[in-house]
Design a protein around this ligand. Structure first.
Ligand SMILES: [Cu+2]
Length: 493
């Protein structure tokens, strides 16, 4: 139902945009000017820009997909990791150096693989020329280590934090969160992944050869300027900066070699504003096995999956069972090739997967608890608000007791133009979706979440419990909305 609504809205928009771009040629430059024109055309197009009017160019598959390096601990007890935010250059286009940001490298960052039950220590260093923060998206962590706007690290400075990992296996990520500067820093390359593993994740018989059949995929759309630079200010749109150029793990025109076996893809929507709907080019089924914060109870068969910015999902594609191995690719709902697959004939003997992956449930108590926190998302562009207010770092919007479950009800109030979808993200915890417009969430959202897509006029109820104390952000994960103040603070005591 949800994806259907998105699809028909999109179809309408494609038709509309198709009309306004008909007089233009399809080259790179004209799509850029079209993007800028949208901003100039005011409200209507601000709305449209959110719903992906700018088509992605299909991947030609000429480059092998980059697999981010695994970050090894450089100290054992506690497991210590050094993470450095730095400036550099990256060669996306042959022979062209593009100025970028990265963690421990020039673009994006490593995968930090940590074990539940472990105590870990991060040393975060800012080697850039501007301030930043290190936010651990999805991690259950005390407020003071969470890396929100209060925890700014000045150029040349470091910060050390030590905390226990108590949550279950999940694919999390990290990115900067400086006040008003998040969108540009992510756009230029600051983002990395955290894999939490536990005993369960290792006994399920899942593909787990990193980079071979357990593949991280960070999807980001970008717009390069005439000099092939990531000129954020040129393309910035207050309702979400989108681009026509897809990067997966920072690779332009990627392809992926897989064997004829089940392959686990860890999908991360790391874009500023673009929603991605993933499908197989054969329209065959795949299995979703995990949400943002953990495994689903059992695999959910899907032939289409939408992720809004900030959301993750793990899926299994069984390449031994598909009807063809020719011209196989991951595509979006417009049929654009995102990631072509090349199937090698190397033989494997995959493990048998378990049937039950997790014990997730929403209790009847959680179903019956009264709503104790109400949030109303409203507006667009620089006028975005939560409960009529914009972010103020000196204002605490809500107080919640540590370890106590509360029901948060979030309503996305439409405006005259209809409104926009907002991906709502809460820091420092994983929540349960109790209901969407009074109905149980779809099967593939019945799992731990930290980011939830809320459509115009939709009401979502969440069961929220914090394990730790501190001040945490809640905000729209459309990064320009976050920067424009669609964010508030909850203090956990
Ligand atoms: Cu938003």
């Amino acid at each position: 139902m949800k994806s259907k609504m998105r699809f028909s809205l999109l179809t309408v928009l494609i038709v509309l945009i198709g009309g306004c771009s008909a007089s233009k040629t399809e080259d790179h430059v004209s799509t850029k000017s079209m993007n800028n024109a949208h901003e100039g055309m005011g409200m209507t197009n601000g709305h449209m820009s959110h719903t992906n009017p700018l088509q992605l160019a299909p991947s030609t598959g000429e480059n092998e997909l980059a697999i981010p390096p695994l970050l090894e601990p450089d100290g054992k007890n506690p497991a210590h990791y050094s993470i450095v935010a730095q400036e550099g250059t990256t060669e996306f286009y042959q022979g062209v150096q593009t100025e970028t940001y990265g963690y421990n490298g020039s673009f994006l960052g490593p995968v930090i693989r940590i074990q539940s039950g472990q105590t870990v220590q991060f040393t975060t260093t800012n080697e850039m020329s501007k301030e930043t923060t290190f936010h651990w998206h999805g991690l259950e962590i005390p407020g003071e280590g969470d890396g929100g706007p209060h925890e700014q690290i000045e150029p040349g400075q470091s910060k050390k934090l030590t905390f226990p990992i108590r949550q279950q296996a999940a694919t999390l990520w990290f990115h900067p969160h400086p006040e008003g500067q998040t969108a540009e820093q992510v756009y230029k390359g600051l983002a990395g992944l955290i894999y939490v593993e536990d005993e369960n994740s290792q006994r399920l018989g899942l593909p787990q050869q990193y980079g071979v059949n357990d593949i991280p995929l960070i999807f980001q759309d970008r717009q390069f300027d005439d000099q092939q630079q990531l000129n954020y200010q040129q393309f910035k749109n207050n309702d979400g900066t989108i681009g026509d150029t897809l990067l997966i793990n920072g690779t332009l025109n990627p392809k992926l070699h897989v064997r004829r076996e089940p392959v686990r893809l860890r999908l991360v929507n790391g874009s500023n504003a673009r929603n991605f709907t993933f499908m197989l080019s054969t329209n065959e089924e795949f299995q979703q096995i995990a949400t943002d914060g953990g495994f689903l109870n059992s695999p959910v068969p899907l032939n289409k999956l939408t992720l809004t910015p900030g959301e993750r999902a793990e899926i299994i594609i069984d390449f031994s069972k598909l009807s063809t191995s020719i011209d196989l690719s991951l595509i979006n709902e417009e049929g654009v090739v995102l990631l072509p697959f090349t199937i090698t004939n190397e033989r494997t003997t995959p493990q048998k997967m378990q049937d039950v992956f997790n014990q997730f449930s929403t209790t009847s108590e959680e179903q019956q608890l009264p709503v104790s926190k109400r949030l109303e998302l409203f507006g667009m562009g620089t006028m975005v608000t939560i409960n009529g207010k914009q972010f103020d770092r000196t204002r605490i919007d809500f107080v919640q007791q540590q370890g106590v479950t509360e029901i948060w009800e979030i309503y996305n109030k439409p405006d005259m133009m209809g409104g926009m979808t907002h991906p709502f993200h809460l820091h420092g915890t994983q929540f349960k979706i109790v209901s969407i417009n009074g109905q149980a969430p779809p099967l593939n959202e019945q799992g731990w979440k930290d980011t939830v897509s809320i459509e115009p006029d939709e009401t979502v109820k969440l069961a929220v419990k914090f394990q730790d104390k501190g001040i945490y952000m809640f905000h729209c994960h459309l990064l320009e909305h976050e920067d424009n103040g669609m964010m508030g603070q909850v203090k956990v005591e």
